[in-house]
Design a protein. Structure first.
Length: 271
């Protein structure tokens, strides 16, 4: 069996992406550059009134708002998104994104179902239909999960999650969501059959991978390749939260003995 890539931690303040857009800072966290397959993730920071013009991709894209408010239009259907709201745009659909704030920055987390991010500019030829804080209509190809209404579930003691995009919501090749950990909370040791990107958006996390421990905060992002035992812990005194993305259509986790994460047991599968 071919050995998978090693885990990586990418700073939330990593160098800006070579792609340039006026008054927008693009950062690329997980992609082919760190060995990822099937997905890429990063952030886009918009100055007030900054805009990514209409464009499209050949793959699924999910955008989750971290800070501020966004106006995102899909073929003219315009939606207002607030923190932790998420929109999935299927491949081939033209869309644009704007900072809806007059004097505040917008920070959005993006996830593509490709390891090599790209976009194709598209002419703005759409009649505007302002949907505001509403949802797509039946038959619209885009999908929005409003964080306030999202189904929350307990993944472990002290860890509450919600799914923001997945195959059941229309995405192809990626899924992801939000997870929040109380002080002392942790996930059990586990593996996935696909690569994972985890960005810490609140507090401080410990990422434990096969006996190695990494400390993350402030949008620091862990890349954990498929088949590597890992878990996340909150050893601080305040809540910790993450945006997680899998290179698969639905979130599936295989639980393992904790020893494979803390290094007291030797993991041989996929090595």
């Amino acid at each position: 069996m071919t050995r998978s890539a090693d885990e990586r931690v990418i700073s939330g303040h990593c160098d800006l992406s070579p792609a340039t857009l006026p008054r927008i800072a693009l950062r690329e966290f997980v992609s082919a550059r760190c060995g990822a397959t099937g997905m890429s993730t990063g952030t886009a920071t918009f100055e007030p009134r900054a805009r990514i013009p209409y464009h499209k991709h050949a793959f699924s894209e999910a955008v989750t708002i971290l800070v501020g408010q966004a106006s995102i239009a899909v073929e003219g259907r315009s939606y207002l998104l607030r923190p932790f709201d998420c929109i999935h745009v299927p491949g081939g659909l033209a869309h644009e994104a704007k900072n809806a704030g007059e004097d505040a920055v917008l920070v959005a987390h993006w996830a593509f179902a490709t390891p090599v991010p790209s976009r194709e500019l598209f002419e703005d030829c759409f009649a505007v239909e302002d949907r505001g804080l509403g949802s797509p209509f039946a038959g619209d190809p885009e999908h929005i999960v409003r964080f306030a209404d999202a189904h929350k579930y307990k993944l472990a003691d002290g860890a509450q999650f919600c799914d923001l995009f997945a195959g059941r919501f229309g995405s192809v090749g990626i899924c992801g969501g939000y997870g929040e950990f109380n002080p002392g909370g942790s996930l059990p040791c586990h593996i996935h059959e696909y690569d994972e990107s985890i960005s810490i958006i609140k507090g401080q996390a410990i990422c434990e991978v096969m006996g190695k421990r990494y400390r993350l905060s402030d949008c620091d992002t862990a890349f954990v390749p498929r088949g590597r035992p890992h878990r996340f812990l909150n050893e601080s005194q305040i809540p910790m939260a993450m945006i997680w993305v899998y290179a698969g259509c639905e979130p599936v986790r295989t639980i393992l003995d904790i020893g494979y994460c803390d290094g007291s047991l030797l993991w041989k599968n996929g090595a």
